[in-house]
Ligand binder design. Structure first.
Ligand code: SF4
Length: 391
């Protein structure tokens, strides 16, 4: 197996890991390692993920592991110790040189690097740090790096990682200690996962003037296995909301549980991917739209209704009978109307400075989808949904 086969092997098993706004180019299949012989096209497809970076730039992101060997036994994970599949490991120098070749050939412009754990989290963290140091300081890589914090890493290692990366992350996987016991009983929720996220914010706050290699500290994200521990959406969003408010978590990723063969959860039913979508919608309402957790339309079991967009459900309950006057609503109120996002709200405020918005045509000129907005607004005192018949 050549180094590209090894890389394709390691990267091809990373589709459960969400990173940036990426669309996986793999088949979506999980399970045993893929065959050793890849065609050149398959090799490329296995590790190149078109992704949108936090600054909006599109890049070819190499999403991979330094090693698929792991001594831990997380119940949901394809890399867990004892699972029967071919493992592969790169040395830091070997991996860094391979990445630079791909980078120079314009096959990969950014990197998302994780690893299975061998000889402890701190030892594995050193391998990721060594790789990043070689890339930044010996080989001169100036592109995007998202680096994983390993469970069991030390605070000094997290700080060094932050000095090298554009984004750092550690996956909580479950929303609290009790739920994590069902997914990964030998992982410490507070000590190994939650505390490093707090360290990141402590380090940022202790050195506010730090400008890093690219002028700022890296952003932080985490990921949950949605439905893996029978947790509710309320539990997942409670933890997400706390992290966004207290340690400036940039975003949470949700990966709907899918059973993997030869793991203790192989017979557990897969979770509907629509649940991921609803969790994302709700987390964006909490982060960007001024909603409180208590306003989410949770069902009695603590889950969001799958058939309905949570913002639409809130509006049907609160705005249907009391539509908002578009010409008077404040920005925070505009953001509560289905079909109006931050850019639309700003466009409405700017248009209002030039004069009253009297009908749906005025909203349509601002790029707003009027069929979504109309049931919940008044335009110059008149219900907008009654104007829809004219369109
Ligand atoms: S520590 Fe990470 S790689 Fe290892 S089994 Fe757990 S989730 Fe998988």
């Amino acid at each position: 197996m050549d180094t590209l086969d090894t890389l394709a092997d390691l990267s091809g098993q990373m589709e459960l890991e969400h990173a940036e706004e990426s669309r996986s180019s793999t088949s979506g299949q999980t399970g045993p390692a893929k065959p050793a012989c890849f065609t050149p096209k398959e090799k490329r497809a296995a590790f190149v993920h078109p992704a949108q970076l936090p600054n909006g730039k599109q890049v070819k992101l190499l999403k991979t592991l330094l090693s698929s060997a792991c001594e831990r036994d997380c119940y949901y994970c394809p890399f867990r110790a004892g699972r029967d599949f071919r493992r592969a490991t790169f040395k830091p120098q070997e991996f860094a040189e391979l990445f630079m070749k791909l980078n120079q050939a314009d096959m990969a412009q950014g990197i998302f690097l994780s690893s299975g754990i061998a000889a402890g989290g701190a030892n594995t963290q050193n391998k990721i740090l060594d790789t990043a140091e070689i890339l930044r300081n010996k080989l001169g890589f100036r592109g995007y790096m998202h680096l994983k914090i390993m469970p069991g890493a030390e605070k000094g290692q997290v700080e060094r990682l932050m000095q090298l990366a554009d984004r750092v992350s550690i996956n909580l996987e479950a929303p609290n200690t009790e739920r994590l016991k069902k997914l990964a009983p030998h992982k410490g929720f507070i000590d190994e996962l939650f505390r490093p996220l707090k360290w990141v914010e402590e380090i940022r706050q202790s050195q506010p003037a730090y400008r890093g290699w690219n002028g700022r500290w890296p952003s932080t994200v985490t990921q949950f296995v949605a439905g893996g521990s029978d947790e509710s959406d309320l539990e997942l969003l409670t933890t997400t909301d706390w992290l966004m408010k207290n340690v400036r978590l940039k975003r949470a990723y949700f990966s709907a549980f899918r059973p993997i063969s030869d793991t203790p959860l192989e017979n557990k039913a897969a979770v509907d991917p629509l649940r991921e979508h609803r969790l994302y919608q709700a987390s964006f309402l909490l982060r960007d739209y001024g909603f409180d957790l208590e306003e989410m339309p949770f069902l009695q079991n603590g889950n969001l209704p799958l058939p309905t967009d949570p913002k639409l459900a809130w509006a049907q309950r609160n705005l249907k009978e009391k539509p908002l006057e578009i010409n008077k609503a404040e920005r925070r109120e505009l953001l509560r109307i289905p079909g109006i996002g931050p850019k639309n709200a700003d466009a409405i405020l700017a248009a209002r400075r030039a004069g009253k918005l009297r009908d749906l045509t005025a909203l349509r000129r601002l790029g707003i989808v009027i069929a979504r907005v109309a049931p919940f607004v008044l335009l110059d005192g008149r219900r907008a949904d009654q104007q829809l018949v004219m369109f």
